[in-house]
Write a new protein. Structure first.
Length: 718
């Protein structure tokens, strides 16, 4: 409620809910959810409706393949949506049968199904297929009179065909289609003018370069040559929306490490800022009856919240407080920095200082190049969360927006074309030098990590310089020929290097880290997802194999089910734990911290702490039971319970066990002060143990010690 600033929860379903939209009269809230209406529901994403006057949400659609996208008709009587073409029942049964008997196969670039456009009546639930569609149909927009639908398509549905994307118009009454845009390059985000006479859309100013500056175009809804209306505005355009009067188009603008809100007067062509708040505006909408704006804004110390703004306000007014829990945490200071590259060009980036930063003290530095390369780092907390974790562990973190990053000006956007690993590398290295010269970074404790193009830059940096003491390469390019041959976006290399590898193979070799693998001396932890279709896992496998043969310090971890990026929560926890250990070992020279589940190997013996359980056994004392597995490599096993095993507190005190529980013993029986000498007679042997300790009062961060091995953290007990 805008007057009382009260928030009300509308849905409590058992599934994911997204894409909320109001009906034109504001009486119904629609959304997509995969919640199940009953036991027969297959949980496909469907459109649900909820009356603002109260009651339960109800399912509108029952599309066999689920709803992808949707829009209300202007009269509020129906909804238009897209869905994937359903297989005929006979074909589906045959495919299921073949899969059951493993008579299955995958044919590359075949088996795709069209994306169709349907319409459903709100009252009767009667639906009709408006358009059989094609494989690449994407965004849709309904005209103000409800008679036509603008849609985008790249025709094939293949990720590599974005440059082929055009805008088409579907006439709902006679089901005919006509092509609206025919220029080379991708056209996106069609938006009808309020009178329905024009369509605005975004496209790059250079149609031959997919990462050149994004502009706003306008074309007559009847067709014709599109007009670029932001040609003289040297910034990249984001989301666009028409003013209800048709006088203005409002749009977000990427400006360095921020996103701002602008408008263009369509009569005069004047472009001016609506809101420059040195924060990041990710989404916005315009109130139809007024020129108030609803915005999602985030900043360097606050997570995204919804704000309202108009030109009578000094600053946006916050409406939500969804992220109040952030107040419980200390946030490391992050600031915008500028420096000159080796050719004198000014470069911008973000510096996240260690949590307890002190002037005059040098800190280990972790450099984090971003992906893209036509991406950028922004001055927000949410998008730099890994940096905050490093900062909390005593590192300074450097995030450079090297040339070729988005968010600056048109020439800068494409400045690294045909020069990957060239001046963008110099931009990063000169930034590191700047931090050293200013007394922030320790030149003997430099680390680097990044994913995707950031992974490429990590691989490139350590192949060109031995200044870095540790690296974590995440799903990055190692060999441009390998990457081209396996990626589902093979045009990346052509777009950035300028030619196919069979035309300029020397260039592909010259700019590939694998060509300099013998130079790599930096210890490298390599991370990848098993199902990455973008930078295929073969990149990391080739790097690992080469470094292993060269006897370099290298580890390779890959995660099941992960595609381009590591997203599953438990995988992310594991990833960050490994990164902190890696940088701790090689930058801080810390002893390796082991945890429950890790296997330690020393002189032919292996130790794994399997689990830790806490219980009240007697006299309200808390006891901790540690289950572990000792494995040998054809060596005898010897230990004494009370002298070889102990609990270690944070201040170094050691506590001996209450006793040893063997699997064969009955509950409550303990073996104390026992000496074990197990002769394995040259065979491998596994020896499970359970050791019981009394927990020292007030101690939480305990470590388990077996005299032959490093300490193991068991801090998760309660």
């Amino acid at each position: 409620n805008l007057e009382t600033i009260e928030n009300k929860e509308f849905t409590t379903g058992n599934g994911n809910e997204y894409s909320p939209r109001w009906s034109p009269d504001g009486k119904i809230l629609s959304f997509i959810s995969n919640r199940k209406a009953d036991s027969s529901d297959k949980g496909k994403p469907q459109i649900w409706l909820l009356s603002i006057s109260g009651g339960e949400a109800w399912k509108l659609t029952s599309s066999k393949e689920g709803v992808i996208n949707y829009r209300w008709s202007p009269d509020g009587k129906s909804i238009v949506y897209t869905t994937r073409e359903a297989l005929p029942e006979g074909v589906k049964k045959r495919k299921d049968k073949n899969k059951k008997y493993k008579f299955d196969f995958t044919e590359e670039d075949k088996g795709r199904r069209r994306i169709q456009i349907w319409r459903i009546n709100i009252k009767t639930k009667k639906q009709e297929r408006l358009f059989d569609g094609d494989y690449g149909l994407g965004q849709i927009a309904v005209s103000p009179d409800g008679k036509e639908i603008a849609y985008t398509t790249n025709y094939t549905g293949l990720p590599d065909d974005g440059m082929k994307t055009d805008i088409w118009i579907l006439n709902i009454k006679d089901k005919t289609i006509r092509q609206l845009t025919k220029r080379w390059g991708g056209e996106y985000s069609p938006r009808w003018s309020p009178d329905g006479n024009f369509i605005a859309f975004t496209a790059t100013n250079n149609p031959d370069i997919s990462y050149s500056q994004s502009e706003i175009f306008i074309v007559s809804a009847d067709g014709g040559t599109p007009e670029m209306i932001t040609e003289d505005f040297d910034r990249s355009i984001g989301n666009i929306k028409w003013d209800i009067t048709g006088e203005y188009i409002f749009f977000t603008v990427a400006e360095g490490v921020y996103n701002h809100l602008y408008r263009i007067n369509l009569k005069t062509g004047v472009i001016e800022p609506v809101l420059n708040c040195n924060n990041y505006i990710s989404q916005f909408d315009v109130f139809h009856k007024t020129r108030k704006f609803a915005l999602i804004i985030e900043s360097k110390d606050k997570l995204p919240e919804i704000f309202i703004y108009d030109d009578t306000m000094m600053e946006p007014k916050i409406l939500t407080e969804f992220n109040n829990q952030i107040k419980e945490y200390r946030i490391a200071k992050q600031e915008v920095m500028h420096w000159k590259s080796s050719d004198g060009l000014e470069i911008e980036g973000i510096l996240v200082k260690p949590l307890d930063y002190r002037n005059g003290k040098r800190y280990p530095l972790i450099v984090m190049p971003h992906g893209g390369p036509h991406g950028r780092v922004v001055n927000t907390l949410r998008r730099n969360v890994y940096s905050q974790i490093y900062a909390a562990n005593g590192y300074a973190v450097f995030l450079p927006n090297f040339r070729g990053s988005s968010g600056y000006y048109g020439k800068f956007d494409i400045m690294n074309r045909k020069d990957l690993g060239g001046m963008d590398y110099q931009d990063i290295i000169t930034g590191v030098d700047y931090l050293i010269e200013n007394g922030i970074a320790d030149p003997e404790k430099l680390g680097v990590t990044g994913g995707s193009y950031g992974g490429y830059m990590t691989n490139w940096i350590i192949s060109q310089s031995n200044r870095f003491s540790a690296a974590v390469s995440m799903y990055g390019i190692f060999n441009f020929i390998t990457d081209f041959s396996n990626s589902y976006i093979p045009s990346f290399e052509k777009n950035y290097l300028g030619d196919w590898y069979w035309e300029k193979i020397d260039l592909y070799l010259e700019r590939s880290p694998f060509n300099y693998v013998k130079n790599i001396k930096t210890p490298v932890l390599i991370i990848h997802g098993d199902d990455d279709p973008n930078t295929f896992i073969s990149n990391s496998k080739e790097m690992y194999t080469a470094l292993k043969m060269l006897k370099r310090k290298v580890e390779f971890v890959h995660y099941p089910r992960e595609r381009h990026g590591i997203r599953e929560p438990n995988h992310r926890i594991d990833l960050m734990d490994r990164c902190l250990k890696w940088f701790g070992r090689y930058l801080k020279k810390e002893p390796e911290a082991y945890k429950i589940g890790d296997t330690l190997c020393v002189n032919g013996l292996k130790l794994t702490v399997l689990s830790v359980n806490v219980s009240n056994v007697e006299n309200e004392n808390k006891y901790i039971e540690i289950s572990l597995l000792i494995e040998n490599n054809k060596n005898d096993i010897n230990f004494t319970v009370n002298s070889d095993f102990s609990l270690v507190t944070t201040d170094g005190r050691e506590f001996t066990p209450e006793g040893l529980k063997l699997k064969s013993m009955q509950k409550g029986m303990l073996l104390k002060n026992a000496v074990f000498a197990i002769q394995t007679e040259g065979e491998d042997h596994k020896f499970p143990l359970k050791i019981l300790f009394k927990i020292p009062e007030g101690e939480k961060n305990l470590k388990f010690k077996y005299s032959k091995f490093p300490l193991i953290n068991i801090e998760n007990h309660k």
